[in-house]
Structure formats: C-alpha cells, structure tokens
Design a binder for this molecule. Sequence first.
Ligand code: NAP
Length: 307
Amino acid sequence: MKKEKVIIIGSGPAGLTAAIYTARAGLEPLVFSGSQLGGQISITSDVENYPGFPEGTTGPELVTFMQQQAERFGARIEYDEVTGVDFRNGSPFTLESYSGVYQADAVIIATGASHRMLDVPGEKELVGKGVSYCATCDGFFFRDKDVVVVGGGDSALEEAIFLTRFANSIRIIHRRDELRAGEHLKNKAMANEKISFIWDSVVTEINGEAKVEAVQLKNVKTGEMSSLTIDGVFVFIGHTPNSQMFKGQLELDEKGYLVTDRKMQTSVEGVFAAGEIQDSLFRQIASSVGQGTSAALSAERWLEDQK
Ligand code: NAP
C-alpha cells in the first residue's frame, strides 16, 4: 500500500490549485486526474472572466498552466481514477484506484460535476452521431450544418456562440421564455445572426438512424408538438455532482453536493472538498480556485495540528 501525506481527487481548477498550495507547503501531493485532466474546463473554449487574462484564454491553456505550476513545486499527477474510498476509520484514509491502493493522511476532494442528460428517447443511441455535450470537441463536425442547443444558462449560450464558427444555424431551445444566462452572454447571443431561439419548449425525442435527423419538440405552454429537421443536438442543461463514491461516508445535501464548513472540511475530519463537488451556487473557475486554496491551507493546518 502506498502512503501519501495528501491525496487530491480531481484535477480541475480546484484540484490543481489545491495541488499548487499543498506542494508549496512541502506536502508532495498526489493528484488523481480522473478521466480527463482539467475536468470541465479542458473542454471549455473561451474563458473571458478569469482574472489575469485581459484578452481571455482557453480552458486547455489554463489547465496546462495550472498543471505546470503544480508540478514545478513537486505535485505528482497520476493519470488514473479513484474508484473507492474508506473514510470510516479516520486518518490515514484508504483510497483505491485502478492502479492500486493508497493511504493518505489528508484528502482533498475536487471531483467536480458531470453534464446532465436530457433523458429522452434517442439521446443515448445517438451520442457521437449528432448528440453532443461539448461544442469545443465536436463543433468542427457541424460545418455548414443546422444544429440545436438545449438549455438557457451560461453554458448553452457560450457554446452556441462558439458553434457559430462552424454551423450554418443554431437554434437555442429553452424551456422558459427567459434566459438564466448572464447579461453579457445574453446580449452577445441575441446579437449573433446565426442564433435564434425557440422559447417555452422542450425536446421530447431525438430521431435518426445512423445520425441525428430531427428532434420532436413540445411547447410547454400550449402543449403543441412539432418536429424540427436538424443535423445536431448540443445539450447544456446543467450538471450533477460527482459524489456517488462518497454516499454513506460523507454528508451530502439534498442535491448530492458535499457539505463543507468554512474551512472546506467535510463531515469527516481531515477530508476537505473544493470546487463544484461542494458548490452548487457559484461554479466559476475563479471561485473553484479560491475554494481549492482554502481547502489546501486547511489541510496543511490540520496536518500540522495532528503532529
Ligand atoms: P445552469 O446555469 O444550471 O443552466 C442550466 C439550463 O438548462 C437552465 O436554463 C435550465 O432551465 C435548463 N435545464 C435544466 N434541466 C433541463 C431539462 N431537463 N430540460 C431542458 N432544460 C433544462 O447550467 P450551466 O449553464 O451549465 O452553468 C453552470 C454554472 O456555470 C453556472 O453557475 C454558470 O453561471 C457557470 N458558467 C459560467 C460561464 C461564464 O461565466 N462564462 C460559462 C459557463 C457556465 P431553467 O433556466 O428553466 O432552470
């Protein structure tokens, strides 16, 4: 069994920031990357609101910078996923990954959240055949095509704007007549002539054999059903926290987010959490970075107190 001072589960902005801080404190953190180094931002095209980049940056660039910075101070990144944890007997905690079993004096959880699915007929079958959850990854395949984007939040609008680089037309399907997205993105999307809106509507079915051909829509106000011929469906309807593994061991709220105190400590002493796994409210790169900092400082102080 490998023994570590600090294990960080997750390599998004919260995890990598916690790695920078714990590494600088000499704790030689081991970071489990999860299935994708960088997490959600690794598939985010433009990042315009992260301080320090007056002209904006991209998600992948930010991930690379954060990774390099963490490694410069001695953090080690394990390209592996934690598959199980045992926090029941306190520190040292036991963690299992595909590559082995580990013990850690302190743990920082930064497993983030995953995109939600529409859960309608045809969706699962057509993933990768026109149904996508990542415009940055798949937008290129929709050059001169007509696509729909589902959702009314910042992600839906940001990704719709990104898709205008490729697609011929983008129709945003939103279940209400008012967007959840912030003013800046709202104005930018409204001003783009490739983007139009279908209000008060939900997708009830996605049709196609080898690829997406159409979506069935329902107007939630009138109940009217309609069919739209389309080449692609991009779904951005929010996220659910990646907390399955912690059920029964750590306190979760009613939506499945980890409950933390002001020190970012979970319901188990020595286990801290940062980023979207414990934050259903802000979910920004900058707020995750702040939470990662706090979790790392708390872990460092907690370990010091144990001596
Ligand atoms: P979100 O803010 O939770 O928005 C989800 C959208 O999907 C909402 O408009 C919601 O409708 C809709 N929706 C949810 N379930 C649905 C369903 N089953 N069928 C149809 N529509 C459904 O999620 P997000 O846009 O991914 O943003 C997540 C967080 O990241 C937010 O805090 C956001 O501000 C942040 N973010 C920020 C930026 C940026 O600042 N540039 C970019 C991306 C994300 P209702 O509105 O009716 O609830």
